[in-house]
Write a protein that binds this ligand. Structure first.
Ligand code: COA
Length: 334
């Protein structure tokens, strides 16, 4: 048994915010942002919600797969920016789609969330618990950004991406001889580095505390950019190599590396460490910035719709995020 991604979709807010517009908010410049990150512009919600973006992306994925909402058995939404704490975003999406037969829940592994969700769905499908699932990464991270903090506000954007995944009972052998499906996956976390990238929300607070806590500083993303940079440039290539080793493959066996779109320099450094050509690392961060868990599925959808992914291509999806979390999945497109 293996899995097949039979549909992809993505949804972005209407509003584009350029680097030049950000210079009106904070002391920065288009040149600084481009040189240090590669980002030129991003989409920012002016009302689009995490749930609505997720549902739009799911509709497209279902459409491509030729499936109706009533056929969906599971909806797993990776997000760290849901509108509501209760109910979860997955249930909102289920209702918006009318996918009444689907179980639904959320998963938070920050920017690595989509990968963790895909791996989770792979395990469910492999165990025979469900036969298909919508896997989503959706974020409106702009609401967690302190728009007076130049070290973070220039990095992020909003958006959603989704894939429809189906269990395949029989092996699908591609023309190039490769068997379609997941070949290896690896997930990791280093909770001791949690403070390097964090966002406070709800400290313990009730009338029974011996002392009332100080007011929360604000639910904004706080980041030690250099530490995150060091972690990502070391951990992402190491994780990719370990996943490839699991599948008894080498870097040369990979057609495309779809990395979390946080920073062009991080991606270039990972490519260098792996000894791979940078043109195997497609990017859209120039247009979209870091959309957290949405970056990988949006990139996947863009490449798929542009005809840049073919049956038999071997892809490595890899990302990192707050936690700190990281992961890599090796799969053959079928
Ligand atoms: N515009 C202009 N100057 C800025 C700035 C901005 N938007 N943000 C920071 N600076 C300044 C800093 O204050 C610092 O000034 P100083 O030297 O006077 O103190 C200077 O630029 C250099 O800052 P530094 O943090 O060393 O820059 P950097 O080269 O490390 O780049 C990041 C900063 C954030 C782009 C980089 O560290 C990074 O990408 N880290 C990873 C972040 C990430 O991916 N987070 C999401 C994870 S999912």
């Amino acid at each position: 048994m293996t899995i097949r991604i039979s549909g992809t979709g993505s949804a972005l807010p209407q509003r584009t915010v350029t680097n030049t517009e950000l210079t009106e908010l904070v002391d920065t410049s288009d040149q600084w942002i481009r040189e240090r990150t590669g980002i030129g512009e991003r989409r920012i919600s002016t009302g689009e919600t995490v749930a609505a973006l997720a549902a739009d992306a799911c509709r497209q994925a279902l459409n491509m797969a030729g499936k109706t909402a009533s056929e969906v058995e599971l909806i797993l939404v990776a997000t760290c920016t849901p509108e509501l704490l209760l109910p979860c975003c997955g249930c909102q999406v289920q209702s918006m789609l009318g996918a009444s037969q689907a179980a639904a829940f959320d998963l938070n592994a920050a920017c690595a969330g989509f990968l963790f969700a895909l791996d989770t769905v792979y395990a469910y499908l492999k165990a025979g618990i469900y036969r298909n699932a919508l896997v989503v990464g959706s974020e409106v991270i702009s609401k967690l950004v302190d728009w007076s903090d130049r070290s973070t506000c220039v990095l992020f954007g909003d958006g959603a991406g989704a894939v429809f995944v189906e269990a395949a009972n029989e092996d699908v052998i591609c023309e190039n001889g490769r068997t379609a499906g997941v070949e290896a996956l690896l997930q990791g976390a280093d909770g001791s580095k949690g403070s390097v990238l964090s966002c406070q929300e709800r400290p313990v607070q009730n009338p029974f505390l011996p002392e009332q806590p100080e007011a929360c500083a604000g639910p904004y993303v706080h980041m030690d950019g250099r530490e995150v940079y060091k972690f990502a440039t070391r951990q992402v290539p190491a994780c990719i190599l370990a996943a490839l080793e699991q599948a008894e493959l080498t870097v040369e066996d990979v057609d495309l590396f779809l990395l979390h779109q946080a920073n062009e320099r991080i991606i270039a450094a990972a490519a260098k460490r792996l000894g791979a050509e940078l043109d195997k690392f497609p990017m859209n961060l120039q247009r979209l910035g870091n959309m957290s868990s949405a970056t990988i599925p949006v990139l996947l959808d863009e490449l798929n719709r542009a005809g840049r992914i073919h049956k038999g291509d071997r892809l490595v999806l890899s990302g990192f995020g707050a936690g700190l979390t990281y992961g890599a999945t090796v799969l053959v497109w079928g």
